[in-house]
Design a binder for this molecule. Structure first.
Ligand code: ACM
Ligand code: ZN
Length: 718
């Protein structure tokens, strides 16, 4: 009863008030009463913000709209205040007018976003009809950081223009103002170049007959795409109207396998040893010593400078495999000639050459933090600190304007809980953890703090391609509401508690995100099993469903279930297009960990050997070469095993890499004879035994591609 009352109180606040705005404004005053937008209301705008007025018209169907510096009672007025910072704004809603005053275009646009959040959430459907009521308020607001970024990797997983624009819209609703557009990587080149059309027309596709080999999923097809220059210009303009600068990234000199696959001549001058890769050249680093490479880079940058209006172009610099430069006689000669002390300084040399080209075309360099390791780059370089806070501090200490984005908080390709899809190398990051990030906790000195240029979250898309990349669902689920928390961290000085932030999410922002069409992630239901009954609850207004795995049917949960087989019953909650992860009682979640011995036809690395596999959780064994047809991995149990299900997966646990491309699984119920249970799908299989299991085996029926090893992971047994 008490809980019910609490919820009634929570959800009674479901009216637009400034305290429910995300990100939280600097100062706001609520007043009683409301302004009504009717067919008679005119939208009056200063000519400098015409584009913002056009934008607002998409959401509110004004009948009258005009450019003027004068306003009448009853109007909505968008204007500029030259004395303020560019992104500062004041939104006043009183009985006479709605007035948005901004320091510049960005300020007016930010004020518009706050105004939209003051309206009924249907406003985001762009189908809201007049009249619309807006509560009286006065909000004076400005961002903490002028760089509030999001990086989208469209190289690993192709995302076409219209869908990129949708994410630009979603960023804009959250006052994020920089789209770091990761346009090239080992798996694809996405920018049309007139000077080198084959970069995109061939390098934009992987698999099938493409020289770029498939990775991560869709192993049997040619898959991909690229943006034409017109599309890129359209994206830049679309973003600019929404106060978002697009910062393109071409990732060099490493992460260039796609380009190397179509232009071997950009690679270093040595014969690679391809014994472990079934003959395939998987090098991915530009040779630093070839003059012809700098001519190609100039072709690229010349064209990009004509497309992108940003001050900076991001040129990568991360994770360069220095062994390729060490093996290259030309790079070694260069090192000697230029007096470079090590390979990091070869990277400095490469980046400096590229910087000179950027300067020629009026652009500045932005790089991942590894690029400053050589110690020679000038402090005009903008540095993106991704590995850790320590790297961010180093960069600010050395005087570089730094974008703070440590993976353990800001990499949105990380899992959100233990049992979901996602990477884990940095951390498991749920919205609460992300929201707890506070720059002031890390001891940045005043001087270092002055070099913090901004905050950015990123989404690298290696996993997306295996998760229905033609749909937004997986990406939406990974981004929201985590990106809402990023927005608040980057914008708000007076940070509210998790509890207050979560309340504004549940009571207001869930409905807004619903109207925005986002398939966001809900918090996970709590499930318990006691006295033969399964009970589930949620802390928001979502609806709970349960699924019996034996039938696959999803049924609405209304009251505790009488149940003797809780290990088969999964729960999830839904709220419109939003959903929680699947979960269940302890009985459902329990995994069996029998003693098992793993053997293989493939030799294993001494660094990641096939020893003590019972201890494998997230650690793995690794072979010293890719698979050939006939290779096998066997898992033999110390005691015959009773279980419902055994999942076996070749390749990295969270990533379809270093796996058996094709093959089958088999099971032995007597320890000698094996019965085939089915084909591997993306390197894995689920075996549902019909008797006690002595051993299982996976067998490759084709050679693997694009990798130089096979990863052997733990079984997942239920
Ligand atoms: C990165 O995650 N390699 C920037
Ligand atoms: Zn070289």
């Amino acid at each position: 009863m008490k809980l019910k009352l609490l919820f009634a109180l929570l959800f009674a606040t479901h009216i637009a008030t400034a305290s429910n705005i995300i990100p939280e404004p600097k100062s706001f005053k609520n007043e009683s009463g409301h302004f009504t937008i009717t067919p008679k209301t005119a939208l009056v705008y200063n000519s400098a913000v015409r584009e913002a007025a056009t934008y607002l018209l998409e959401y509110i169907p004004f009948r009258q709209i005009l450019s003027s510096n004068k306003t009448m009672p009853g109007d909505i007025f968008l204007t500029i205040n030259d004395f303020w910072d560019e992104e500062e704004y004041r939104l006043t809603i009183d009985k006479n007018n709605i007035r948005i005053e901004g320091g510049g275009y960005g300020g007016v646009f930010n004020g518009i976003q706050t105004l939209l959040q003051m309206m009924p959430s249907e406003i985001y459907t762009r189908k809201c009809r007049l009249p619309i009521e807006v509560p009286f308020a006065e909000i004076h607001d400005a961002p903490k950081l002028s760089y509030r970024g999001f990086m989208l990797d469209v190289a690993r997983t192709w995302i076409p223009t219209e869908r990129v624009k949708r994410y630009i819209d979603l960023m804009a609703y959250h006052k994020l103002n920089k789209l770091h557009f990761h346009l090239t990587d080992d798996e694809g080149w996405r920018i049309e170049l007139k000077s080198h059309p084959e970069f995109a027309s061939i390098g934009g596709f992987r698999g099938g007959d493409s020289p770029v080999h498939p990775r991560y999923a869709k192993f049997d097809e040619r898959w991909g795409g690229y943006y034409t220059q017109d599309e890129l210009r359209d994206i830049v303009a679309y973003a600019a109207q929404r106060n978002i600068e697009v910062i393109p990234e071409i990732d060099m000199p490493g992460h260039s396998k796609a380009l190397g696959a179509i232009h071997h001549d950009i690679l270093c001058n040595f014969e690679p040893n391809t014994a472990s890769t079934n003959g395939l050249d998987i090098r991915n680093v530009w040779c630093a010593a070839k003059e012809s490479n700098y001519a190609i880079v100039e072709d690229i940058i010349k064209e990009m400078s004509g497309i992108f209006t940003s001050e900076y172009i991001h040129i990568g610099g991360d994770e360069v495999d220095m062994s390729q430069w060490r093996a290259c006689p030309d790079c070694q000669r260069l090192k000697k000639e230029k007096g470079l002390t090590d390979e990091h300084q070869i990277e400095d040399y490469f980046i400096s050459r590229v910087t000179n080209i950027l300067t020629k075309y009026g652009k500045k360099p932005a790089v991942w933090h590894e690029a400053i390791e050589g110690g020679l780059l000038p402090t005009s370089t903008r540095v993106y600190g991704w590995k850790s806070i320590r790297h961010c501090k180093q960069s600010t200490e050395r005087g570089y304007p730094t974008i703070v984005m440590p993976g353990e908080y800001f990499y949105l390709d990380m899992k959100q809980s233990d049992r979901e899809e996602g990477h884990i190398w940095a951390a498991i990051i749920d919205t609460k953890r992300l929201h707890s990030f506070d720059l002031s906790n890390y001891g940045f000195s005043a001087a270092q703090s002055r070099n913090i240029a901004g905050i950015e979250a990123s989404f690298f898309s290696e996993l997306y391609i295996a998760n229905r990349p033609e749909s937004n669902d997986y990406l939406d689920y990974m981004l929201f509401p985590r990106l809402c928390a990023v927005s608040e961290i980057a914008w708000s000085n007076s940070r509210r508690s998790w509890s207050d932030f979560y309340t504004s999410l549940r009571t207001s922002h869930y409905d807004r995100m619903q109207a925005m069409g986002i398939a966001f992630r809900l918090s996970t239901p709590e499930v318990t099993y006691a006295d033969g009954k399964l009970s589930a609850s949620v802390d928001d207004s979502s609806t709970i469903y349960y699924i019996d795995e034996r039938s696959g049917r999803e049924v609405r949960y209304t009251k505790p279930l009488e149940c003797i087989t809780p290990e088969y019953i999964a729960f999830r909650s839904r709220y419109g297009s939003a959903r929680s992860r699947l979960t269940g009682s302890a009985e459902y979640l329990r995994l069996l960990t029998p003693t098992v011995t793993i053997t293989s036809s493939m030799p294993c690395s001494t660094k990641a050997p096939l020893t003590n596999p019972a201890k494998y959780t997230n650690s793995i064994a690794r072979t010293t070469r890719a698979a050939k047809s006939g290779d096998w991995i066997e898992y033999r149990f110390a005691e015959p095993l009773s279980c419902r299900e055994i999942s076996v997966q070749t390749g990295h646990i969270h990533l379809r890499r270093c796996l058996f491309l094709k093959g089958y699984a088999e099971v032995s119920y007597d320890g000698n004879n094996f019965i085939r249970t089915g084909e591997l799908i993306e390197g894995g299989a689920v075996i549902r035994p019909t008797a006690k299991v002595h051993a299982i085996r996976v067998v490759a029926t084709t050679r693997s591609d694009a990798e130089n090893n096979v990863v052997i992971g733990p079984l997942r047994i239920r």
